[in-house]
Write a protein that binds this ligand. Structure first.
Ligand code: FES
Length: 198
């Protein structure tokens, strides 16, 4: 077989392999409500900022990326979800995010975020570090008729709202942590960098 033919065959094989990998990626994206993404293994290992495209993130969807070995959640909320959280402020331990270590100063606001519709937070329970589960459904049978959607930690029952604010009377002592981040464009977020360092 000539070198040219061999090269042509190699290119075809590479092209098929790329298509298969692409297919797996699409399957991930099709998962309802919770998406998973692996932006750059090398960048994660080095603890570098992680660049995330949120243009395809739908209302109510939760995207998980990894930054410095931690799961970082990105949730798109609509006005109805934001309004619902106002109703439960009296049930929360730190509704105004007064514990300053739990978020950068630019996320110390009503929605704990730079833009109200995009929430960014670490997916690590502040009790003993378990992974809370995303429970967006209203009045979930196992969480009670008053449940407005949020996060539930199965290890010891801690509850958080859709801004990661912890309920009073659960083991977790504080709100979920908000990592440093900034918007590079309207639809791209850099995790690990403060806006003022842009
Ligand atoms: S680790 Fe989440 S409630 Fe204990």
């Amino acid at each position: 077989m000539s070198d040219e033919l061999v090269d042509h065959k190699k290119r075809r094989i590479l092209s098929i392999a790329a298509t298969v990998v692409g297919g797996i990626g699409v399957a991930y994206v099709a998962t309802p409500f919770v998406l998973s993404m692996d932006p750059s293994a090398k960048a994660q290992a080095a603890g570098a900022p992680v660049d995330v495209d949120v243009s395809k993130l739908q209302t109510g969807q939760l995207l998980t990326v990894e930054w410095r070995g931690k799961p970082i959640w990105i949730l798109r909320r609509n006005q109805e979800m934001l309004d619902r959280m106002k109703e439960i402020s009296s049930q929360l331990r730190d509704p105004n995010s007064d514990e300053l270590s739990q978020q950068p100063h630019y996320a110390k606001n009503e929605y704990r975020s730079i833009k109200p519709d995009i929430m960014v937070m670490e997916g690590i329970c502040t009790h003993l570090g378990c992974a809370p589960t995303y429970r967006p459904e209203l009045a979930a049978a196992d969480l009670g008729a008053e449940w407005k959607g949020g996060f539930f930690c199965p290890c010891h029952g801690s509850r958080y709202d859709l801004s990661g604010r912890v309920y009073a009377g659960v083991p977790a002592p504080s709100n979920l942590k908000v990592p440093p981040y900034r918007f590079v464009t309207d639809t791209r977020i850099m995790i690990g960098v403060d806006p003022e360092r842009a």
